[in-house]
Design a protein. Structure first.
Length: 116
């Protein structure tokens, strides 16, 4: 009597899991006297990057901690925001004629008792 033994290596299993994907889901609830104190929902998806993109999951491409492109985009937005703030804070410079003192200067002379 012969038995057909089909063995799969770890690489075969890993290839199949990454190709098809595996979802592991679980909930942890902590209750005290029928009062729910804490609920933790765990969802884990294991698959290849290609499979994840095929399913519309690509959050790592926009996360600055994981993507240099996202980091550059975030930095560019921050620089533009700072430039805008500098433009708003820069005083408006109005040139005054050199021959006459400014109105604020004349006002200061009056308060000091030197002006008319």
């Amino acid at each position: 009597m012969q038995h057909a033994v089909q063995s799969a290596t770890l690489a075969d299993i890993l290839e199949r899991v990454l190709d098809k994907g595996v979802v592991i889901a679980g909930d942890i609830k902590i209750k005290l006297c029928d009062v729910e104190l804490l609920t933790i929902q765990i969802r884990l998806l294991i698959c290849s990057v290609d499979k994840a993109k095929e399913m519309g999951i690509d959050w790592w491409t926009w996360n600055p901690a994981l993507s240099s492109r996202a980091r550059d985009d975030e930095m560019q937005k921050e620089v533009e925001g700072l430039r805008q703030r500098v433009r708003e804070l820069e005083p408006v410079k109005i040139p005054l004629p050199a021959s006459s003192p400014s109105p604020a200067f004349r006002q200061g002379l009056r308060f000091a008792g030197r002006g008319r």
